[in-house]
Design a protein around this ligand. Structure first.
Ligand SMILES: NC(=O)c1ccc[n+]([C@@H]2O[C@H](COP(=O)([O-])OP(=O)(O)OC[C@H]3O[C@@H](n4cnc5c(N)ncnc54)[C@H](O)[C@@H]3O)[C@@H](O)[C@H]2O)c1
Length: 299
């Protein structure tokens, strides 16, 4: 029987001597630059870069939960919302719980001219921005036969136009942040289904999927991933008026294979995944998070 001699191992350094060992290791493992510590912390398993994330609609529901989950993953977070007081309170709470830089700002995402200053203020407060979650949204229920310019724009401006403008404004920042930069839009299963009372909302959410695919083409070569999450029925203030109608909650629960509505945390965990290095080859697509609702029916 032939014997196999073990190969001699070489000790020749493969890394150019001009690059300090610490810097080379950091470059090979994006996101591990800030915490060169032997203490094992939970977010080391979550593969996140160290750059900050702007989360819109962060005072409530899905936006708030996403911002808090990102803070838990070690990301500095700028909490943006129309409701300044609630945004500041949520940011303060996340900072106390997860010991990361946070800031809460009162921002109207439809005020395009004010957004560059808001980005600047966020960068100053929490550091280089390397992520965006656009969760700010309104539903504006109105049948198409009642629609006017103002009602249509009121929904499309928040849900879709703001996502596009913020993407444009943040692209240079995200490119500068480098490896691991990513964007997540909160779309909806209404992107796939019509709804009598939600023509503007459904159009805006379908539009986000078009934006996702188009922006991924432009931003991919710059190292920026773009994806959407499509939640089903999530228990938040937005859905509450519908849930208050007798029988709606029970009907939705029965139609959902997992037999319950989503909680904001159910969506936040998927948002956090898409912003992490675990999703490093995922771009230009959407993840439906609806407990199986659309697998067997609509909402
Ligand atoms: N709740 C659901 O069942 C559900 C399902 C699918 C998708 N979504 C989407 O998830 C996102 C979050 O919704 P939610 O259910 O958490 O609702 P929510 O009402 O709890 O939160 C929405 C937040 O957006 C903020 N906002 C609204 N307009 C804004 C503006 N112009 N500028 C800045 N902030 C603004 C609100 O102040 C609020 O804090 C929305 O885009 C919504 O369409 C929700």
């Amino acid at each position: 029987m032939p014997t196999i001699k073990p190969k001699k191992t070489t000790t020749t350094p493969v890394r150019p001597r001009t690059v300090p060992r610490k810097a080379a290791t950091a470059a090979a493992t994006p996101g591990r630059t800030r915490r060169a510590t032997s203490r094992r912390v939970p977010w080391e398993h979550l593969g996140h870069p160290s750059s900050a994330v702007i989360v819109t609609g962060a005072a409530s529901g899905i936006g708030r939960a996403s911002a808090v989950h990102l803070a838990e993953a070690g990301r500095p977070v700028a909490f943006w919302d129309l409701d300044e007081k609630a945004a500041k309170a949520a940011a303060k709470e996340a900072k106390a719980a997860w010991k990361v830089p946070t800031v809460g700002l009162g921002i109207d995402v439809t005020a395009s001219a004010a957004l560059p200053a808001a980005i600047k203020a966020s960068t100053k407060a929490v550091g280089q921005i390397g992520g965006l979650v656009h969760a700010a949204g309104v539903s504006g229920p109105l049948q198409i036969t009642e629609m006017d310019d103002e009602s249509w724009d009121g929904v499309l401006d928040v849900n879709l136009r703001a996502a596009a403008i913020l993407t444009k404004l943040l692209a240079p920042e995200l490119e500068k942040a480098g490896a691991g930069s990513a964007i997540v839009y909160i779309s909806s299963i209404e992107a796939f289904f019509g709804h009598d009372f939600l023509p503007a909302y459904a159009s805006s959410k379908a539009g986000l999927l078009g934006l996702t695919r188009s922006a991924c083409a432009t931003l991919g070569p710059k190292g920026i991933r773009v994806n959407s999450v499509c939640p089903g029925a999530v228990e938040t203030p937005m859905l509450q008026p519908m849930l208050d109608i007798e029988g709606i909650r029970e009907g939705l629960e029965l139609k959902t294979p997992l037999l319950r509505l989503a909680q904001p945390d159910d969506i936040a965990k998927v948002v956090r995944f898409l912003l992490s290095d675990e999703a490093r080859f995922v771009t230009g697509t959407q993840l439906v998070v609806d407990g199986g609702l659309t697998a067997i029916s609509g909402i």
